[in-house]
Design a protein around this ligand. Sequence first.
Ligand code: SAM
Length: 352
Amino acid sequence: MTKKTIKAIDALQDAQKIAFAPFIFQTAVSLKKLGVFTQIFEKGKEGACILTLSSELALSKYGLGVLLEIAESTGMVARNESDNYELTKLGYFLNYDKTVEVNMNFTNDVCYKGLFHLTEAVKTGKPAGLKEFGDWNTIYEGLSQLDSQVQKSWFEFDHHYSDYVFSEALEVVFRDKPSMIFDIGGNTGKFALQCVEYDEAVRVKIIDLPGQLDKAVNLIRDRGFTRRISGLELNWLDDDPVIPGGADVIWMSQFLDCFSEEEILKILKICVKAMDEDSTLIINETYTDRQKFDNAKFVLEATSLYFTALANGNSKMYTSRELITLVELAGLKIVEDRKLGEFHTLLVCKKA
Ligand SMILES: C[S@@+](CC[C@H](N)C(=O)[O-])C[C@H]1O[C@@H](n2cnc3c(N)ncnc32)[C@H](O)[C@@H]1O
């Protein structure tokens, strides 16, 4: 982005908004959690006065007052001619937009406390904020032990950004009728289950850390697919990880962004060793340089800071250029590079 001309008074206002950003964020969280946004919205054009809100929501006039004052200054609510509060478009999105909700819960429940340690994380290359939750090297080692509300927000964030493209991706994955798929970083088994429902003969091996595999195994047992979906425990950060051969398709969705560039290269080279001329490796990712809208790029850049402060200290949401370079260095060639849904890109690769 080129440098824009902006009046000093506006720049100062923006600087103050950043200086008090956590206050504004927590105000939005409170207004949503306390039902104030909903209550105001339901009053429509007539709007809501503070005394009515106070009695309807059983909240003090003082508490509502401090929240609504800053909410008005930051454009979440506005006053109409009767001096009643109405919800603005910004307030509407904060309360009703599903993606904003998932991002807000992720920020509040998973990232908020850990982000306090961002400076230390950048200096040390370690996820310094993770100590707010436990004593692990990466968040993935501790994911299944996190508090249930933290897990809920983490999984909702993760699923929100990949689930909806899975059905479109299946057409590409099944084009050459694979009989064995490895789902690397298969997490709770959602993609594996879609595969076995899509094709009645295919078998899937989920490769992931023990905590996530346990969750997946339970879900797969409940759905009656234990004969066709198996699990393999593997930590890619161990000294010498190996995967078996035999996969027609190796699928990696939102997985490589959990690793540094050096680690990605190592992982891809290990996969190449397990591939033959007919195997296909498919990477599903969201790239910062492939987004149509600035707000999608912004969400990805913010997500990078979650990796820095909490997840592992050394990974990020990559540009397509960065990832394609690593794919080629690992000994793969890209045979198809296609858009998936609004935000994702599929890279279909073969051995070079
Ligand atoms: C962001 S989730 C992606 C889940 C799923 N593939 C999707 O598209 O929604 C990343 C997955 O990679 C796994 N993972 C992260 N670090 C790992 C490691 N060092 N070894 C093995 N798996 C790892 C995590 O456990 C998690 O299931």
